[in-house]
Design a protein around this ligand. Sequence first.
Ligand code: IVH
Length: 725
Amino acid sequence: MAATDTPVDELTEEQAGIELARLADALATANRAYHTDDAPVMSDAEFDALKRRNRAIEERFAHLKRSDSASDQVGAPVADGFGKVRHAVPMLSLANAFDAQDVHEFDASIRKFLGLSEADALSYTAEPKIDGLSLSLRYEDGVLVQAATRGDGEVGENVTANAMTITDVPKTLTGVSGVIEVRGEVYMSHTDFEALNARQEEAGQKTFANPRNAAAGSLRQLDAASTQARPLRFFAYAWGALDDPLADTQMGAITRLKNLGFSTNPLTALCASPDDLIAHHADIEHRRAALGYDIDGVVYKVDDLALQARLGFRATTPRWAVAHKFPAELAWTRLEAIDIQVGRTGALSPVARLTPVTVGGVVVSNATLHNEDYIEGRDNKGAPIRDGKDIRVGDWVQVYRAGDVIPKVADVDLSKRPADAHPYSFPHTCPECGSPALRDPGDAVRRCTGGLICPAQAVEKLKHFVGRSTFDIDGLGAKQVEMFYLDDQLAVKEPADIFTLAARDAGNLTKLANRDGWGDTSARNLFQAIEARRGIGLDRVLFALGIRHVGEVAAATLARHYSSWAALTTALDAAANEPAFLETEAKAQKAALPQSPAWADLLAIDGIGETLARALVTAFANGPERASIDRLAEQLTIEDVAPIAASGSPVAGKTVVFTGTLELMTRAEAKARAEALGAKVSGSVSAKTDLLVAGPGAGSKAKKAQDLGVETIDEASWLALIGDG
Ligand code: IVH
């Protein structure tokens, strides 16, 4: 048997030496191929297996361990930037609560989802929300093998070498086998932050605005030695992939992490009610200034991990946790001017230009003024806000920030109003293209009617199109989009132009590579990055189009419903020509109209409301806008979207309707479970319904299902079908 295949505990010493040399070579080649050349020669799993074998041999023959052992090479030499790591379990963010009422609503929504009454016991953990950056640490058989930043939640950066320099991060764990991913927050203490800034200043280097930025900058140093020189700390509070559960409860898991050698936050408490949570929040807020590190709120989590599993996740946040933020930080300053920005859907947004002022450690010179009613001192229903005080240029205004949100103008001091200040008059034409700017009844926002002819709308649409959660083209960000839009030769006026850029550039007199700030490599890289995005999923394309109301979640829902670009466009074209749609548009009586299949089908999709549906159909029916969409589609290979988690589940791809009273779980939980198994959940029965789950009291839907011959089952059979009976 060749040494390569021999189980580690059967290797002779001689074979082990040969095998370690072979593994060192293979791992080095693979590392270079992956990190430096971006051209992997083996799968991640194969790579991991080789690394594990290498480590096992070294454990058995410690004296044979090589000086170039892959076990000591944390991370790999990367050509530029860091290697990428796809998280086995996505790293999510948290929904926010701002006051006691939000906390009670959080508790109520969880009880509702789980079908618990007020009287049922339900406990939560409460712990400080550390203002740093999250890090995921992967241990295999007790050895730290990888550390990754959150990145976009799906793919982060490999910062293993840097994480290795953090004292709070254990390099080995005793008594654990298999995979355990520990997650938590990297942060910098106030003392270390001040010392670092003092050193930076002395060395003539840039200083950091706050400890969070300093921690992020330090963790992302390309040279691990520089990270080591900047003391970072780490609190563990969560986990990703696990071979074995840590405990049955959140509190138990935190204790387990502590026993494994992690730092966990000493202010973590178990609370029995929302009032307890709020009291603990007040206590932590009280201690905030003396903690020595930044926190920006308190995180509440359902303690029982089985309940956490039942509650599951929304698109980007867990249902079982919430971040209760501290109140915003405030400052007074002068309003120097009001500028109007035009967004991608034509919304005119007033922006306050302020005399710079420090609010909670950050210098603020711009803040949002929301809309014209807000400036006039009215909310969107016409009721007075700020006691009806309007906001004028020259006024002293109160600015506030809460967490990462854009600063807002909250109040105005009338005693300091200059005598010559006059009410602000909100423009009724677009400041960018001169088209009329109108307000729909009931809409607080005034919008430019210029559509594609408005340069501001076009540029904002392009920025959205190339954004991180849409086409995410490397090297093509907001700055480049603005430059390409204005440049007569590059002329990127609409999304399709991005995909013809390389061909058009080849025919241009001045090539992109010869322009300021560009070179052969950067131009070639950009064209390659664009090329790499020609094949793209239907959900992303739909979201990228930037149609009003069509957000990321709605785009995914629509993509799952229609599956292909052809089916989507056919359905939208049909809907646009149906009397029911035309009548809704005209706001006429619908009652007497024939049922129109495409429009009704669109409205029946769970999560798609009439406003969204109308915006979508209208966008695809609008001549110039549709022509622009078609030009884009011609450039792309739009990939079909399969129903989620499709294979293996008996309900994958099926359209399910729930009706009547469910007795074993709430409607919300039933829907979330069905969707997680790849089913589409619809609100109404139609010929497309595959299955009706009817509880007691089912009425017209059960009747309709019967008429249409749709299979109908009760809740117990449903649970049996999904393997939970
Ligand atoms: S739990 C699935 N606990 O806050 C939820 N997050 O706004 C996992 N954070 O990305 C997060 N302190 O970086 C959790 N005690 C804490 C936290 C905490 C800080 C950060 C974390 C997360 C962000 C969400």
